[in-house]
Ligand binder design. Structure first.
Ligand code: SF4
Length: 343
C-alpha cells in the first residue's frame, strides 16, 4: 500500500480534490503528519470519521517495519534497522551532541558505488528508497525526541546509499523536511553527502543553494582514489573538483570534504601535501575521519600522531581541517559501517 508520506503538498492537495474534500483539508493532514507526527490514522481526530476510514484503506503512514535497534553504551547514539516492504534493509542513526541532535538518513538500501572500505558498498544496490521512506526514518526519531522535548535539529543524508543517484526522491524529501508548515528543518541544518557525481552536484546547487554539501574525497590523486572508489574511473578528481568550484561559484557556500584516513594507504605527509595543493584556494573544510573497522576491508586507522601531522600539513596550507572520530563505531553505526544487519 502506498505511504501518504510519498505525497508532497501539491500531490496531497490534488488527491484530496479528486475525492471531493474541502480546500482546507490538506492542512489538517499535513499538520497531523509533520507537526503532531501522528503514526496512526486513528489519531487524526480532526478529520471526519468517514474520511479517516477512507484514508486508512488507501494509505499507510509509514512503510517501514522496525527490525532491530541498538544504543551505544554512553547513550548518545542509536542505530535502527528498518525493513522495507520488499524485505530489504536500511539503517538510520540518531546522534546526540551537546548542542544538536542529528539524524543520519539512508537514501538507498545498499549502494552501487562499492567503496572498498564501506560495509554498505558490499551489499550492492538493493533498492532505491522513496521520499516517504526517507521521511519515515526521520519521523521515527522525531516523535520520540519531541516527547522528550529535545527536537531534532539536523539531518545528514549520509547513511546507506549515494543520494545523488536517487536524486528525484531525495529532492522531494528535502523539500518536505524543509517545509515551514511541517517539520521546518532549516536549510542550513540539512547536509547532503556525496561521493561526487559532477552533473548532479550542479543540479543540487541550483535546487538547494542554502543546504550544506559534503563530498567524500578520501584520496588526493586518481591512482589512490581509483583503488578506493571505483566510480573515480568515470568521474576523476579533476572533474569532481571542477563541479565543486562551480557549486561554490553558484552558492557561495563552503564545501566539506570528507577524507577517511587509512594507515599506509592515504595518510602520508606527501598525501597531505598533495591534498593541500589540489584544494588550495577553494572555500572548503576538510574532515579527517580515522577509518572505522569493518569485517570485509583489510585496513586500519593511522596512529593519532600521524593523523595530527596530516592535519597540521593541511592547516599549514591554510586548509581548515578537523579530526572527526565517528560516533557510534562501537555499535557499527560509524561512517562506512552500515551493513543492514541485526545485532
Ligand atoms: S561510502 Fe557511500 S557511496 Fe561509498 S559505498 Fe558506502 S554508501 Fe556507497
Amino acid at each position: 500500500m502506498e505511504s501518504i508520506l510519498d505525497l508532497n503538498k501539491e500531490q496531497l492537495i490534488t488527491y484530496l480534490q479528486s475525492i471531493r474534500q474541502p480546500a482546507y483539508r490538506w492542512k489538517q493532514i499535513w499538520h497531523g503528519l509533520y507537526v503532531e507526527m501522528y503514526d496512526s490514522w486513528l489519531q487524526f481526530t480532526n478529520l471526519p470519521l468517514e474520511l479517516r476510514g477512507y484514508l486508512q484503506e488507501h494509505f499507510t503512514i509509514s512503510n517501514l517495519s522496525l527490525a532491530d535497534h541498538i544504543h551505544s553504551s554512553d547513550g548518545s547514539t542509536e542505530k535502527v534497522l528498518f525493513s522495507l516492504p520488499d524485505g530489504n534493509p536500511i539503517e538510520t542513526v540518531l546522534m546526540e551532541y551537546e548542542e544538536r541532535i542529528s539524524i543520519c538518513v539512508s537514501s538507498q538500501s545498499g549502494c552501487s558505488i562499492g567503496c572498498k572500505f564501506c560495509a554498505t558498498g558490499k551489499l550492492g544496490l538493493l533498492h532505491n528508497i522513496s521520499c516517504g521512506e526517507m521521511l519515515a526514518q526521520v519521523l521515527h526519531f522525531a516523535r520520540a525526541s519531541n516527547q522528550e522535548k529535545h527536537p531534532i535539529t539536523n539531518i545528514v543524508i549520509m547513511g546507506m546509499g549515494e543520494p545523488l543517484l536517487n536524486y528525484a526522491e531525495v529532492k522531494k524529501a528535502i523539500e518536505i523536511l524543509n517545509d515551514h508548515d511541517g517539520l521546518n528543518i532549516g536549510s542550513r541544518h540539512i547536509t547532503l553527502s556525496t561521493i561526487g557525481i559532477p552533473e548532479q552536484i550542479l543540479q543540487f546547487a541550483y535546487d538547494f543553494p542554502q543546504l550544506n554539501l559534503a563530498v567524500s574525497l578520501h584520496a588526493a590523486n586518481d591512482q589512490q582514489r581509483d583503488k578506493l572508489i571505483p566510480i573515480n574511473k568515470k568521474y576523476n578528481i579533476a572533474m569532481l573538483l571542477e563541479a565543486v568550484k562551480q557549486y561554490i561559484a553558484l552558492t557561495n557556500r563552503r564545501v566539506t570534504f570528507e577524507y577517511v584516513l587509512i594507515a599506509d594507504q592515504n595518510d602520508a605527509v606527501s598525501d597531505a601535501l598533495q591534498l593541500g595543493s589540489i584544494l588550495h584556494g577553494l572555500l572548503c573544510h576538510v574532515n579527517l575521519i580515522p577509518l572505522n573497522p569493518t569485517a570485509h576491508f583489510n585496513g586500519n586507522p593511522p596512529p593519532l600522531e600521524r593523523i595530527e601531522k596530516f592535519q597540521q600539513v593541511l592547516n599549514d596550507h591554510h586548509i581548515p581541517a578537523t579530526i572527526r572520530f565517528s560516533k557510534g563505531t562501537q555499535i557499527q553505526a560509524g561512517c562506512g559501517q552500515l551493513a543492514g544487519k541485526s545485532h
